[in-house]
Every structure is written in C-alpha cells, then in structure tokens.
Design a protein around this ligand. Sequence first.
Ligand code: ARG
Length: 369
Amino acid sequence: MHAPVPDHDPGKLLEDAETFIRQCYTELDREDEIEGRLAEIETEIAQTGHYDHTDDELAHGARMAWRNSNRCIGRLFWESLHVLDARDRSSAQDVYEGLCEHLEYATNGGDIRPTITIFKPMVRGERQVRIWNYQLIRYAGYETDDGVVGDPDSLEFTEYCRSRGWEGERTDYDVLPLAIETREGEPQLFEVPEDLVLEVRISHPDHVWFDDLGLQWYAVPVVSNMRLSLGGIQYTAAPFNGWYMATEIAARNFADGDRYDKLSEVADGLGLDTTRNRDLWKDEALVELNRAVLHSFERDGVKIVDHHTAAEQFGAFERREEAAGRDVTGDRSWLLPPMSSATTHIFHKTYDNRIETPNFFYQASPYEE
Ligand code: ARG
C-alpha cells in the first residue's frame, strides 16, 4: 500500500501499459483491439515519453483499482463506480469546481453514488495536481488548554490551513477547506460550499438524551489523498467515495480514544458503571452508538450499511470473483469490522494480501514533508 512513486522510465511505462491493456480489453471482451492499441501506445510513448488513456480504459481501470483494494469490504459494487473525467482541468480553480461537482454528484441528496473524479496524471515524472486533504469533507482539530476541540486526526492539516490564513469557527465540526496544488505553485485554499456538505445529526431511536451529546457526521467519505496507479500512469489526484459502513463512524471516529472518544459519555447516559471492565460497558456503549448512527442516517434518507450486511456483500463479491476466474486478494485485519468480527465469515478465513495493479496507493502527506 505504501509504495514510492516509480521513477520516470519509458521502458517500464510501456511494460506496465501492456500488462494493463491486455487485462483491460480481455475483461471488456475486446481482445481484437489489443494489438492495435498497443502499437498506438508504443508510438505515443516513443514520441512523448507518456500516453493518454481512452475514456474506456480510464473507467474500467478505475473500477479494477477498486476491485483490487485489499482493505475494502465494499467491493461487491466495483462495477457500478461512476467515473468522472477531469483530466482537462489545470488551474486550482478548475480543480476546485471539479471537486464541487464530485460532491454534488456523489451525494445525490443522500442516495450516495460511488464516484471517482480523475484529474491530470503525472507526466514524465512531474506531478500536475495533488489534493492535500485526506478527505474532501473532514472536520478540523484544534489543540486547546482543555484538550483537543474537533477531530484530533486533523491537527496537522488544520495547522497547515491556519498557517495559510484560514480560520475555523472552532466548533467540534468545522469543515476544513480544500487545499489544491497544481502547476501554478503553492496550494490554493477553497471553502467547501455549505450546500454541498450533507451532514447527519445523530440521535438514538430509544434514548432522547442522546441528542445532548451533540454528535453529527458528514454523509460522504471522499478519500482524496491516494494515488491511482493505472497502466504505469500515476494519477496523484483521483478522489473517490463509496458510502459509509456505520462502524467506521460509530466504532472508530466517535469511539477511538485518540478521536472523538465518546464511549464514557455514552455509557454515562446509559447509566452504566464505567469502573469495571467486566461489566462490558464499552461494548454496550458501542452497540448503542452504532444503533444511533444507523437510525439517524436512515431517518435522513442517507445511504449507509451495517457491518453484518457489508460482510455478506463481501461474501457475494468473493463468490462472483471466483466465478469470473479471479483470485480475491484481501487484508483481513482491515476487512474485519471493528466489532463482532467473529460473527462474520471473514473472521474464519485467510486472505492473500498481495497487491495487484491497478490499485490505490498512499502518498506522503505534503504538509508533513
Ligand atoms: N474510515 C474513513 C472514515 O471514517 C472512511 C474511509 C472510506 N470509507 C468508505 N466507506 N468508503 O472517514
């Protein structure tokens, strides 16, 4: 998953292109086009040291990258990924507008559409576009005398934004600005328009006091800091989203001790004694937090999946891949939901964690460099 950006090497580029083109066109049942397309790419690389993907290569390649994402439990839906081609956007303003279109299209009033927007790739080893945010929508975090306000996971990026003149309102849920780097130089900051940020207030189906916790979360997780590696071409800005699995929010973002850390508050509300581990108060609080998140998203008509259903869907994905004659690779430690893991079939299996391409890779975060 962590892999350095490969050096620019036309020979290697042609080799990676060939592997991808053969697999892509075979899957699309267009074997007769392979040799012609390879000849074309070979000429293009010889003349320019680069080649451009066709729309079909881009779309199918992005879907393959999702299919190969070992840590993702949601891969059953890989073929339904909507691919928005934004390769013609060069200025930070253009990229910003592309990101706004992504948010609007993907959010779809709550009926979330799995979507990827693909910006200009690296050309001859030179980066053209990079989004510095981890996700397009993410809450800021501030160090204060009484501890962290907001999301502790965002401290460094928030600090960077502040160093660039951005000031948040200092609530627990300030949406961070977009930091977009292009060939124009230093990243430019843009506020995410409020009407593009769908958020859900968290309440509990049975406990009115839950509202007083003041919890909320955004509807669409758009991961924006990963590199899409496709046929030897590196797309350093290719933000993508699915919909949430409730445990991501309820059992991690709200529950982790180094995130919003809400388990004791929830347990207090439930009237539980939090002094004895063996009373399992954390477990009880986790279940109620998850019920609240699922209930609230459903109430607002925002698509979300519980971990039992997600695991079943992943099982269907494994069967479909087997039927298609492909091995499923996976990272079991990530595929397992953070609660009740042994109730899912994933717990009782092993997975091969080898990395296939096309795939998504982590990139060093520029503000920490
Ligand atoms: N776990 C991350 C979060 O809580 C989101 C990662 C992507 N999740 C997804 N369902 N596509 O924000």
